[in-house]
Design a protein around this ligand. Structure first.
Ligand code: NAD
Length: 257
């Protein structure tokens, strides 16, 4: 129970990587706030189930990460936090000249600006406690680019820059800030793309996964949400106290190519 007594907030954590990280933090003993923009009974039920499964204190707080005020209010309603995981993110794929302006604005707001607002709200409490961990979920696309994902790639490169500045400002105060850069992880958002890709390429599921989705991932395997959770727990450990301002790729070798 290495994180017993620590309070964690994970943004965008009702599915996929955020939920995987919330689960591993709870299993390590932290009390955890999970979040999304909805306020459905299932959201609160998910928190209850996670609490029962891990014996940790888990609650759900609704906040829309596209709204600066709600980002800051999330931290306030959580009563501050020792561990902040900025995970909420969305995607849109289009050529730059056809990229809808509202999609650009939404991706920059949710994938990048939300991390600035939550970090700004969380840091004073971390400074007062003399301990803190900020873990930003960037992407292999925070380090490399692909066509048709301009907003996502700009936002994720921005997250890596924000990570470095946060680390420098907080250095020597018991606080670290790092970015995890996942390659392809088989979350609901990725799963949903498979039927379209099968149609577009005239391929079966296995061929699409191998030859289209994982073509840039030398391991030929998806990374898992459990691996993201394990990496986040490691970054919160004492062993990682001098790891700050950097990126950790969990991408099956994508960025080594
Ligand atoms: P997902 O769609 O399964 O999860 C995204 C979460 O964000 C959901 O819980 C959703 O409710 C929440 N969310 C969306 N908009 C929100 C808003 N306005 N306010 C609050 N919450 C909101 O996706 P995922 O694959 O788990 O992605 C999580 C993070 O990991 C994202 O930042 C994504 O860019 C990053 N990532 C994912 C992959 C991958 O292959 N899946 C790879 C690299 C990076």
């Amino acid at each position: 129970m290495q994180l017993k007594g620590k309070r964690a907030v994970v943004t965008g954590s009702t599915s996929g990587i955020g939920l995987g990280i919330a689960r591993e933090l709870a299993r390590a003993g932290a009390s955890v706030v999970i979040n999304s923009f909805t306020d459905a009974p299932e959201d609160h039920a998910l928190a209850k189930d996670l609490a029962a499964e891990t014996s940790a204190d888990v609650r759900y707080i609704q906040a829309d990460m596209s709204k600066p005020d709600q980002c800051r209010a999330l931290i306030e309603q959580a009563g501050g936090c020792d561990i902040l995981v900025n995970n909420a993110g969305i995607q849109h794929v289009a050529r730059i000249e056809e990229f809808p302006v509202e999609k650009w604005d939404a991706i920059i707001a949710i994938n990048l600006s939300s991390a600035f607002h939550t970090t700004a709200a969380a840091l004073p409490g971390m400074y007062a406690a003399g301990w803190g961990r900020v873990v930003n979920i960037a992407s292999a696309h925070g380090l490399t680019a692909s066509p048709y994902k301009a907003a996502y790639i700009a936002a994720k490169h921005g997250v890596v820059g924000l990570t470095k500045t946060t680390a420098l400002e907080a250095a020597g105060k018991g606080i670290t800030c790092n970015a995890i850069c996942p390659g392809y992880v088989l979350t609901p958002i990725v799963e949903k793309q498979i039927p379209d890709q099968m149609k577009t390429h005239g391929m079966d599921r296995e061929t699409v996964i191998k030859e289209v989705m994982l073509s840039r991932q030398p391991s030929g395997e998806f990374a898992t949400v459990e691996q993201m959770g394990g990496t986040a727990v490691f970054l919160c450990s004492d062993a990682a106290a001098q790891i700050t301002g950097t990126t950790i790729s969990v991408d099956g070798g994508w960025t080594a190519l």
